[in-house]
Write a protein that binds this ligand. Structure first.
Ligand code: ZN
Ligand code: ZN
Length: 139
């Protein structure tokens, strides 16, 4: 089990069950909402247990998806696609060592010109199919 929270603690949560490796998304919306790029693991929807959620707000960022954030401190925390069985969780919101690694960077065609990416991590200039982003069996 991993715990996490926003910067002010008004939103706190636990993640239970297998976690997806971290994906970095460099699309324009992720850059705007995160302030840099969005790095997230993912967990089955029922594996996200909210411990404090009074300040949790949701922003509809596309026709089919929304993003969860803290209305008090503004931290970007969650991303979910309508009807999906999993939810993405900001890797930076997790407490302590995660045991996770970054598996891929996506939408790199939209990345900023002020940073680079580490070698040895695969990249995709655009999006990838949902099954690539899905939680693998027992992963
Ligand atoms: Zn907060
Ligand atoms: Zn994105």
């Amino acid at each position: 089990m991993l715990g996490g929270s926003c910067a002010c603690g008004a939103v706190a949560f636990e993640l239970h069950g297998p976690l997806r490796p971290v994906f970095g998304c460099h699309c324009t919306t992720c850059r705007k909402t995160s302030g840099h790029f969005w790095a997230a693991t993912a967990v089955a929807s029922e594996g996200l247990i909210l411990r404090h959620e009074e300040a949790l707000g949701w922003f509809r960022s596309s026709v089919t998806s929304e993003r969860g954030f803290c209305r008090s401190c503004g931290s970007s925390l969650f991303y979910r696609v309508d009807g999906a069985a999993q939810i993405s969780v900001a890797a930076g919101a997790l407490d302590g060592d995660t045991g996770l690694h970054t598996a891929m960077h996506i939408f790199t065609a939209d990345m900023g010109d002020y940073y680079g990416l580490e070698d040895g991590v695969s990249r995709c200039s655009g999006g990838v199919s949902p099954d690539v982003l899905a939680l693998g069996e027992g992963s």
